[in-house]
Ligand binder design. Structure first.
Ligand SMILES: Nc1ncnc2c1ncn2[C@@H]1O[C@H](COP(=O)(O)OP(=O)(O)OP(=O)(O)O)[C@@H](O)[C@H]1O
Ligand SMILES: [Mg+2]
Length: 261
């Protein structure tokens, strides 16, 4: 029987051309079914790290190891959600999810795939919008489609790059709750890039704080370890919540600068 191994990021460095590397010696380990937030200042290299994990970019040095093997490109084991929903405008909501489902389950009939796609739209609460095109949908609804698309592939790793960054605060909270509901129903590894401290604390098991770039790397890690299921109201009554919140903010305000070149 095989035991699931953590995803390992091993001394990852990324340089764009001859410039000083944006990210240097970034190392981290993500356990199966863990929710890890990567947090850091704008421009420090969070998206760069995530897109290398997704296999969308190559590392200059080091890499990402899954099951003992270094990844060499994108794979169906990893699905990504971006800040903007990035849906195909010519397809309906269902069509966008269907495209992913057909990729993930090439042996299924088209009808089976449609059923799966519809089920995921229902799951994220927008089943009735299945036949609508992205331009007819609100930003929040479009992002629900993107989340349905990612989950419908049943990926082992969900890679989220500021997925709620463009949403108003109420929709943002709704989608954070939705993400936790989906994760609770079927836990899977989530790597979430964000620069929202409360979002990181609410969602994650652990926060990886990045130093500022260039040559950004892991500055420190915070084990969140707050009880689940989580509710915002209950969390803010926990003294340790504010302790961790302050720790993150202090890091972002001061500590990160000392590594700057
Ligand atoms: N394709 C590229 N070519 C050159 N430089 C790049 C490229 N992609 C990213 N960079 C640079 O690398 C650095 C890190 O960018 P990245 O997008 O990873 O940061 P980020 O932490 O995700 O920022 P944000 O929080 O604003 O999304 C930035 O200085 C950016 O200008
Ligand atoms: Mg980014």
């Amino acid at each position: 029987m095989s035991v699931e191994r953590p995803l390992e990021i091993t001394s990852l460095s990324k340089a764009f051309g001859p410039a000083v590397p944006v990210v240097k010696d970034f190392s981290a380990r993500v356990q199966p079914r863990e929710i890890v937030a990567i947090l850091g200042h704008s421009g420090c290299g969070k998206s760069t790290v995530l897109s290398i994990i997704a296999g969308l970019q190559d590392a200059t040095q080091g890499g990402v190891v899954i099951d003992g093997r270094e990844i060499s490109g994108p794979g169906l084991d990893r699905a990504m959600v971006f800040q903007s929903p990035s849906l195909l405008p010519s397809l309906t909501a269902l069509g966008n999810v269907l495209l992913a489902v057909e990729q993930a389950y090439p042996k299924n009939t088209r009808r089976q795939c449609r059923e799966i796609a519809q089920r995921y739209l229902d799951l994220v609460g927008i089943g009735e919008y299945a036949t609508q095109k992205p331009r007819e949908l609100s930003q929040g609804t479009q992002q629900r489609v993107a989340i349905a698309r990612a989950f419908s592939m049943e990926p082992r790793f969900l890679l989220l790059d500021e997925p709620f960054g463009m949403l108003d605060s109420i929709t943002r909270c709704e989608l954070q709750d939705l993400l936790l509901e989906l994760w609770t129903a079927k836990p899977r590894t989530i790597i979430l890039v964000t620069h929202d401290v409360d979002e990181a604390l609410f969602l994650s098991d652990r926060i990886i704080l990045m130093t500022d770039g260039p040559e950004a790397r892991v500055g420190t890690e915070i084990q969140v370890g707050l009880p689940r299921p989580r509710s915002r109201a209950a969390l803010t009554e926990l003294p340790e919540y504010f302790g961790m919140r302050n720790e993150v903010i202090e890091f972002l305000e001061s500590h990160s600068k000392q590594f700057k070149q």
